[in-house]
Design a protein around this ligand. Structure first.
Ligand code: APR
Length: 237
């Protein structure tokens, strides 16, 4: 096997499922109970900001619940990152903070972070663990009415795409974990990694939309599959 010097890992909601957070597109997923168009677009926020704030307030409250904790899959990625001597980048679509709570540091939240809020007036973003309201004042500029969750809605550009594509173009291993492969640009990362000549691996509960694009796959719950797979990888390096 060729030497592994540079790794990009992509994670989605499936990695946090065993921590008690819901995925989006499974039968019991978030999009089965609420419409994307009502809560996760800039248009929804313009039309009914209170409804959108409520949706994210509820999810933020769920996240700060001290019963929610990283599971063995988050922990295995953090442990691997620490031990691996090469380049490593973890790109998550998740807005929860379970990767950082597990100890991951080389991490990009491409869809933003639930535990941060951003001011539409001054552009500052800050740690935020409380509820947000339509009249919440920005602690930086003091203006009310512009605060929103620091998350990427449908129709908005994900964060740090230049850095992500740079890493994908240089990687020799790409691992996708717990994502259904429905949402671009993340769903296209496997193709970028293949173009770079990388080995591509899917670790998911079931074959994703883009399953045929991966050279290898292991199907099963992330809490079991991910620690085993990364232990084997570390042993093979
Ligand atoms: N272990 C591994 N995978 C799992 C587990 C588990 N315990 N439970 C579910 N899965 C898998 C599902 O089979 C599914 O393929 O995780 C995937 C979750 O897919 P989605 O719900 O579509 O979540 P995700 O791919 O992260 O969604 C992408 O869509 O709505 C937006 O912005 C949101 O970041 C999100 C993006």
């Amino acid at each position: 096997m060729a030497e592994t010097r540079s790794i990009v890992v992509l994670t989605g909601a499936g990695i946090s499922r065993e921590s008690g957070l819901h995925t989006f597109r499974d039968a019991d997923g978030i999009w089965a109970t609420v419409n994307i168009e009502d809560v996760a677009t800039p248009e929804a926020f313009a039309r009914d900001p209170g409804r959108v704030q409520d949706f994210y307030n509820e999810r933020r409250r769920g996240l700060v619940d001290n019963k929610i904790a990283p599971n063995p899959a988050h922990l295995a990625l953090a442990e691997f990152e620490t031990a691996f001597a090469g380049d490593f980048l973890l790109v998550t679509q998740n807005i929860d903070d379970l990767h950082e709570r597990a100890g991951s540091r080389k991490l990009i939240h491409m869809h933003g972070e639930l535990a941060k809020a951003r001011c539409g007036n001054c552009g500052k973003f800050i740690e935020w663990r409380e509820d947000l309201f339509t009249d919440t004042a920005c602690p930086a500029c003091d203006q009310a009415g512009g605060m929103r969750p620091h998350v990427v809605w449908f129709g908005e550009m994900p964060f740090e795409m230049d850095r992500i594509y740079e890493a994908l173009e240089a990687c020799d291993l790409f691992v996708s974990i717990g994502t259904s492969g429905n949402v671009y640009p993340a769903a296209g990362f496997v193709q970028a990694a293949r173009m770079a000549g990388a080995r591509t691996v899917e670790l998911n509960l079931e074959p994703s939309e883009g399953a045929s694009l991966f050279e290898e796959a292991v199907y099963g719950p992330a809490g079991t599959v991910v620690p085993g797979w990364f232990t084997d990888l570390a042993g093979s390096l």
